[in-house]
Ligand binder design. Structure first.
Ligand code: PHE
Length: 344
């Protein structure tokens, strides 16, 4: 039996050593280690051996098995490497390569960095304030009356948690104006910031998404006026939309600014003449105004000494107005559809 085992080992080893072909190696494996392989069959004879010698022969049989297995797997590795090398040698490096697909920033991210740069050029510092906020920052300190519809469950996402004794219920901030309060509470004038962050409202249709972005400018100093506000608006409109576009302000109402304005931008498609995209040549962009004295007071700033202006617009909205497009469903921006995103 011992001799038989040693013969099997020698035969197997010389066959393994000689082969350079993985299919052949697979056959050798079957021939020795397969269910009806030579070694497997020999091992079946073990129980018939004299009990005194069985242990020793059993150990030898195992050793032979392990030696053959290791030799086979070493050879497998060796053949794999040679195959790769042969394949590499066949590559013609003078052929033109396959260009890997190149991605780009999402168009909202592009718009955010463009807007930030425009305001940084005239000294506005980009800041970000919490998206999960207290009612006091989002409404109360901004002079909203208790029964204002924006505080309604249907407009604002409230967080289902214990209200704070001082700051009221917890919510997802529905506009960037809450950042005005945080900024003025923590910093002394002069203040010149751009708060750009995500906002949340219970809305979803072709021109509204429940999560969107706003950018809000706030400037507080000793002698600011509507002229300064209009100057900044004009500057932004020309820088972002182009030299030919104009801004205008219309009287409006917000709780936290007085006077308040709605800002319009001349239509890029009809150049202000009037077309089906705009209202008589103008597109509505968003709100602005002079910071209400009550808001200054609520954050500990003396309204007799300081004043300022604020404006807040939607990133998605200005982006659509700039492209003059036809993103006919705003929800597409967040659909992750490459067919759409690759066009920009
Ligand atoms: N917060 C207002 C909105 O979401 C916009 C605004 C900002 C208006 C600043 C005036 C001043 O509609």
């Amino acid at each position: 039996m011992e001799n038989e085992l040693l013969n099997i080992k020698n035969n197997a080893m010389s066959l393994i050593l000689d082969t350079n072909d993985s299919e052949q190696l697979e056959e050798i494996k079957l021939q020795f280690l397969g269910r009806s392989g030579v070694l497997t069959q020999a091992m079946k004879e073990l129980p018939k051996i004299d009990p005194e010698k069985r242990k020793e022969v059993g150990m030898l049989a195992n050793e032979v098995k392990i030696t053959i297995e290791n030799a086979i797997s070493d050879k497998e590795q060796q053949l794999k490497h040679t195959n790769v090398r042969i394949r590499l040698e066949k590559i013609d490096v003078t052929n033109p390569g396959i260009r890997p697909p190149l991605g780009h920033l999402h168009l909202i991210t592009q718009a955010i960095s463009e807007i930030t740069t425009i305001f940084e050029r005239i000294g506005f510092t980009r800041v970000r304030y919490p998206e999960v906020e207290w009612d006091w920052y989002a409404f109360e300190a901004l002079n909203f009356p208790k029964d204002h519809p924006a505080r309604d469950d249907w407009e604002t996402f409230f967080i289902d948690t214990e209200p704070n004794k001082k700051f009221g219920p917890m919510l997802l901030t529905p506009h960037t104006s809450s950042g005005q309060i945080r900024e003025m509470q923590d910093n002394k004038p002069p203040i010149k910031i751009l708060n750009l962050t995500k906002c949340y409202r219970r809305q979803s249709d072709v021109s509204h998404v429940p999560m969107f972005h706003q950018f809000e400018g706030l400037a507080i100093d000793t002698n600011l006026s509507i002229v300064n506000l209009k100057g900044v608006l004009d500057y932004f409109v020309k820088s972002y939309f182009g030299e030919k576009r104009n801004a205008r302000i219309r009287p409006y109402h917000f709780e936290f600014t007085e006077p308040s304005f709605e800002v319009d931008v001349s239509c890029g498609v009809c150049s202000g003449r009037g077309c089906k995209l705009c209202k008589e040549g103008w597109l509505e962009m968003g709100g602005a105004g002079m910071v209400h004295p009550n808001v200054l007071k609520n954050t500990g700033i003396d309204p007799n000494k300081y004043n300022g202006f604020a404006f807040g617009w939607g990133v998605e909205r200005v982006l659509m107005m700039k492209e003059g497009i036809e993103i006919d469903d705003l929800r597409l921006l967040y659909s992750n559809k490459l067919e759409f995103l690759e066009q920009f």
